[in-house]
Ligand binder design. Structure first.
Ligand code: FES
Ligand SMILES: [Fe+2]
Length: 393
């Protein structure tokens, strides 16, 4: 019912003129057990959102998809991320690269959707680029003085990969992906992430701010209330957040079985060679700025929240399993149990986020308090403020 209702708009004039002044965030900056929530304009205001795009999404490593989406030379997919048109393409040389999806002649958007190509040909005047990005053909340009094809390749965007995840960064001065991720790399070694393939991905556009789902995934407070019917196996337990070093937060929950299944269902065998605590529970990393991952003994699911505006986001959810699991004869049958779990629980979370967004739209909303089961919400809020407001507060 709510998904198509984009009519409600906040009244920007209700928000303080000096919304970026640290005085508005004193409560959020307090130690967690004294802390308040973010003011509602952080989830609703166009001005706040634009500052997030500029200072967060244009500066950090953004997860875009898994490398197995483009396994073959010439495979590509396109998307717009915070207004930037992007092509991700595997060259004939096997290397995955990102480019600005705009022609070096007079700027036309070059390709749509996804597919496989031998070269990219601009629909406007036919300039043609190799899968590695260099300009191959530009007809009728021989007499343009000093025209140098070698200087007119597609504009590259920084791209790095880790564990099969593709990340892009619009900032040429940013630190490396490895440095950005910090100890997440070592902490997830047991999952053999490079071997996981994505067997389903679904995208949905929702009238919510990007932070709402990211925060929802990182707290356990709502579980007995919102998921009482679907995830009733989960006892109320306190799981202290992990001590992380890198641009992510994480929770670890020790339990038997796989959290990708509903209680009583059996699934696939564990990831080959999984060991240590990875073999005894679930690891939930929340990667800044907006990727939420559940790593289980048998596979992984991820949710990427792309911001489309202050109160509009696109959520993409992907399921990944080891190659051996995906090749099993019973895969198509057994995987249904995994989808059943996710298709029951995920809409409960997104519906809650939609209600929260609608409540936050009220000009009479006043900031609330954070509890002990929401420590990561507090950390996420402060991570955002460190970038949007500055950490001098
Ligand atoms: S804009 Fe692409 S060839 Fe002219
Ligand atoms: Fe939830």
């Amino acid at each position: 019912m709510f998904a198509t209702d984009f009519a409600q708009q906040p009244i920007e004039t209700f928000f303080p003129e000096d919304m970026f002044h640290p005085r508005h965030y004193v409560a959020v900056r307090k130690p967690v057990m004294e802390a308040g929530t973010l003011p509602n304009w952080c989830y609703t205001s166009e001005r706040f959102y634009r500052r997030e795009v500029e200072r967060i999404f244009m500066k950090v490593w953004n997860f875009v998809d898994r490398v197995d989406r483009i396994p073959n030379p010439g495979d590509y997919f396109t998307f717009d991320y915070v207004g930037v048109p992007v092509i991700i393409m595997r060259g004939k040389d096997g290397v995955v690269r990102a480019f600005s999806n705009s022609c070096r002649h007079r700027g036309s958007r070059l390709v749509e959707g996804e597919g496989n190509c031998k070269a990219i040909r601009c629909p406007y005047h036919g300039w043609t680029y190799a899968t590695e990005g260099n300009l191959l053909v530009a007809a009728e340009m021989e007499d343009a003085l000093g025209f140098d094809k070698s200087k007119l390749g597609l504009v590259p965007i920084r791209l790095e990969t880790w564990g099969g995840f593709i990340f892009i960064n619009f900032d040429n001065d940013a630190i490396s992906l490895r440095e950005y991720l910090g100890d997440l790399v070592d902490n997830t070694e047991a999952y053999n992430l490079d071997d996981l393939v994505c067997v389903r991905r679904n995208a949905v556009e929702l009238p919510i701010n990007w932070k709402l789902f990211f925060e929802n995934f990182a707290e356990q407070y709502h579980i007995p209330y919102l998921h009482g019917g679907s995830l009733n196996r989960q006892k109320r337990q306190m799981h202290p957040p992990e001590d992380t070093h890198g641009q992510y937060e994480a929770l670890y929950v020790k339990h038997p079985g796989s959290r990708m299944l509903l209680m009583g269902d059996t699934g696939f065998p564990p990831i080959e060679g999984i060991n240590g605590r990875a073999a005894e529970g679930t690891f939930y990393p929340s990667l800044y700025p907006s990727t939420s991952i559940g790593m289980c003994i048998d596979g992984m699911w991820w949710v990427r929240t792309d911001p489309l505006g202050p109160h509009k986001s696109r959520l993409t959810i992907g399921f990944c399993f080891p190659r051996r699991t995906a090749a099993r004869a019973d895969f198509d049958d057994v995987i249904q149990r995994y989808y059943k779990r996710m298709d029951a629980v995920f809409p409960e979370d997104t519906a809650a986020c939609e209600l929260q967004q609608r409540g936050l739209m009220s000009p009479f909303h006043r900031a609330g308090r954070i509890g002990r089961l929401e420590i990561l919400v507090h950390r996420i809020n402060n991570w955002v403020l460190d970038r949007v407001i500055g950490n001098q507060a």
